[in-house]
Design a protein around this ligand. Structure first.
Ligand SMILES: [Zn+2]
Length: 463
């Protein structure tokens, strides 16, 4: 082969989901992976020497929110800057429109992600109204959207919950798009949460981060997963449980899998890395809650055994001024930035618990890419895939400082923690976009419309 390449990533150890660790060079041309092999001899405009380093597929964080603090347009730039520096090259964004039709907003959302984002993106609109449900086929047809989210429990001041009838109607509509379409659900039983939160306010007007768990009892998560599984089965919909946080929830997941139910389960790196006695306190306040060590151990077991299929962040960036940790348990706001720490936290805590690197990377790349219909374009290192790669120094140790993460937030829930395993370069669309903690290229992110996939192409998780 004499074709001239744009870039060769040489001498690295590749982690290829489903294949394993392979020592090979990656040759890149026209934004895609053109050739993989030992000692590539083609000429290239640029060489990146990854000797002693590990090369991963670009990380796909399937669960982020942007535009909750500043405008969607502004956060499309600032939060994806933190993402790309941290090795995340594609994100799934939960869009929010409490009342309006998404037709009014989708053109602007697409434009922001095409013009200002450093990473590629897919959208998951959050569904609140009957009109939005009726328009689901239109969102699929006109904007290539194949995943939608429903809240069984609202978050006061942010989103409202939907009832079981809306859930069932919504699931049926999503299922009508085809087997590959996904119904994402925030699984907490709203009535139990409302009561628990009110009781906690009376009982503990001050409270600590650990007390927050009483406002979001694990039983509410477990019960909601059971309900969602049942409704999804009736509707024939692919249920995707977002941000599983508890051991109790995991037990319901396991029972569902034993019963042969087909669904997907996600957890987040804040749950995997931070527990409710963390010294960073209310900086780690989120919904659902970071829980006790016991729940955390269960989540890692779920990752290892495959009951938990994907890992995201639930990134909802805030600034300290609105997070207000000083306002205490009930006054501080939920939501935290987590994109910049996603991969280092996964590598650090995962390896600490003995989870093989291949499993960690599978859950953060190929697995979500398959669920959301962008595999094998994303989520692997293969000829023909997009050249989205992250070069990692597995031995590099750094202390997390919000400033270094370069998002909009002036805090990190991982602030002050020493993590081992950091990206040293991120390649997106064949270009080195971030290197040694600096952004070195302009934003080149694209919104990715999705097409219907045939049932054969789509494989369910059965574990
Ligand atoms: Zn979320």
């Amino acid at each position: 082969m004499t074709e001239k390449l744009d870039l060769i990533v040489r001498n690295g150890t590749l982690v290829i989901p489903g294949v394993g660790q392979v020592k090979a060079d990656v040759g890149i041309a026209g934004g895609g992976i053109a050739v993989i092999g030992e000692g590539l001899t083609q000429s290239a405009a640029e060489i990146y020497d990854a000797a002693g380093l590990t090369v991963l597929p670009g990380i796909f964080d399937p669960h982020i929110h942007i535009g909750n603090e500043q405008s969607f347009e502004s956060e499309a730039e600032t939060e994806t800057r933190a993402a790309i520096l941290g090795g995340v090259t594609t994100v799934g964004i939960f869009l929010r429109s409490l009342e309006d039709s998404y037709f009014q907003h989708l053109p602007a959302f697409c434009r922001a992600m095409n013009e200002r984002s450093y990473v590629d993106s897919v959208f998951h609109p959050q569904i609140f109204t009957e009109q939005q449900i009726e328009e689901i086929p239109g969102y699929a047809e006109q904007f290539g959207i194949r995943s939608f989210k429903f809240y069984m429990s609202g978050i006061p001041g942010i989103v409202k919950s939907v009832n079981d009838d809306v859930l069932l109607h919504g699931f049926r509509t999503v299922a009508s798009l085809g087997q590959d379409a996904v119904a994402c659900v925030h699984c907490e039983t709203g009535a139990l949460i409302d009561r628990a939160r009110n009781e906690l306010k009376l009982r503990k007007p001050e409270g600590t981060l650990a007390d927050w768990e009483h406002a979001h009892p694990a039983v509410a998560e477990a019960l909601a997963i059971q309900t969602a599984l049942y409704l999804a089965k009736i509707a024939g919909a692919h249920l995707y449980v977002v941000h599983l946080s508890s051991r109790d929830g995991l037990e319901v997941v396991r029972a569902g899998r034993r019963a042969g139910m087909r669904f997907t389960v996600e957890t987040t790196t804040p749950y995997l890395g931070i527990n409710s006695s963390d010294p960073n306190g209310f900086l780690a306040k989120m919904v659902p809650h970071v829980r006790t060590q016991e729940h955390q151990v269960a989540l890692w077991d779920g990752i290892l055994e495959g009951a938990i299929n994907t890992v995201g962040t639930d990134n909802t960036s805030r600034a300290l001024a609105t997070k207000k940790p000083e306002a205490g348990l009930h006054g501080s706001r939920p939501g935290l930035p987590a994109l910049g720490t996603h991969l280092p936290a996964l590598l650090h805590y995962g390896r600490m618990r003995g989870v093989p690197l291949e499993i960690l990377i599978e859950r953060a790349t190929r697995s979500p890419a398959r669920v959301y219909g962008i595999y094998p374009r994303k989520g692997t290192i293969a000829v023909g895939s997009d050249a989205d790669l992250v070069v990692v120094d597995l031995d590099q140790e750094r202390t997390v400082r919000a400033h270094d993460l370069q998002g909009m937030s002036d805090f990190s829930p991982f602030e002050g923690k020493r993590l081992r395993g950091w990206p040293v370069a991120t390649i997106k669309g064949g270009k080195i976009v971030a290197r040694d903690g600096k952004i070195i290229a302009e934003p080149s992110g694209r919104y990715l419309p999705r097409k219907r996939e045939s049932a054969q192409q789509f494989e369910w998780f059965t574990k």
